[in-house]
Ligand binder design. Sequence first.
Ligand SMILES: [Zn+2]
Length: 152
Amino acid sequence: MNDGQPPSVGSLASALGFEVEFTDLPNGISGYLTDEPFAPKGKKIVINANHRRTRQRWTALHEIAHYYLHPRYTDPLEPEAHRAGVTSVDHFYATDEELIEEREANEWVEAIVFEQSALQAAVSMHGDDLQAIAWKFGVSVEALKIRLRKGR
Ligand SMILES: [Zn+2]
């Protein structure tokens, strides 16, 4: 388990070739993926500058997930086709067919963030101190609770 700071999502995004931009967005919009011809991947991840750091991290990973899982979103004819405007806690409980890809993206993020053995180790070390566990993984307590409810 990594005892230091959670890895930087911004550095990961850059290493993968995405440009990352923080900007003022309405509170209901976490971020989105858009074309950026000068970025190595040709894509820019735009993140709501007003959100908490933990939520911004999740948003960045969520958009990276869409890039790899849902390549139609990279169709240059539809550069604005995907906006993670509905990314919120509600999002995790989506049952609507239209939100399957949203759920897939969040499951991908969960798999990356909560490596199973590390999560179990953190839970055994910190018990009910969800704040401490969430800090370790660089996520919100809300995201951690959702993951823990799913069990293994
Ligand atoms: Zn999304």
